[in-house]
Design a protein around this ligand. Sequence first.
Ligand code: DX5
Ligand code: ZN
Length: 218
Amino acid sequence: MTHFISPSILSADFGKLKEQIELLNESKADFIHIDVMDGVFVPNISFGFAVIDSVVKYAKKPLDIHLMIVDPDKYIERFASYKPAYLSVHFEASLHLNRTVNFIKSLGVKSGVAVNPHTSISLLDEIVFNSDMILVMSVNPGFGGQKFILNSLLRIQKTKELIKSKCSNALIEVDGGIDKNNIDSILKAGADIIVAGSAVFKSSDIISSVNILRKNFT
Ligand code: DX5
Ligand code: ZN
C-alpha cells in the first residue's frame, strides 16, 4: 500500500520560505500542502497568490492545494494554473460541488473534496465517485498546531467504506493534529495521504521529521 506525506507550509517560517521549501525538496515529502484561508470560510487568513508564486518558484515537489475559501469556483482556474497534484475545495463551501469537481478535472487537475469534522461522511455519497481524493479534516480548519480530534479515526474508516462501496479510486487525505505519536492509528484507519504542519516545521530538523513520520509507512 502506498502512502504519501504532504507537509503544510502554514507552519513554516515565512522569513525563510525559500530555504524551507528547499529543505522540503531534499526531504522525502511527496507533496507540499498549501492552506489557503480567506477569513470568511475559516476564522483566519493565511496567504494568497503572491506567496504561492514564490513557493512554485522554488518547489520541486507537486503542490497539494487545500482551499478554505467561500465561493471557490471564482478562483479554480487560477489555482489550477499552478498544475497542483490535487486541488481541494470544501464540501461546506460549495453550492454546486459536482460542477466544481468536474471543472477542476476538466482543467487536468485531480480534485479533492474536504470535509469538516461536523459534516457527516454519508453526505459524500453522491460525490465520491467522481472525486480523486477525500480530505478528512481532523481538526476544525483555520489554524495549525491544534489537537487531533479522536473521532476522526471513525470518520476515516467510514470514508474508506464509502469509497469501497462506490468502487471509487479516491484516496483519503487526513489533515490536522498529526504527529509521530498518532500517525500509526491514522494510517491503520485508512489514510493514504498524511498532512503534517507543526510536526514538520516546528521541529528542529525538517528532513528528519519527514523521515520520522514516514517510518510508519509500510
Ligand atoms: C488547518 C490546515 C492544516 C494545518 C495542519 O486548517 O488545513 O493543513 O496546517 O497543521 P498541523 O499539522 O499543525 O495540525
Ligand atoms: Zn490543510
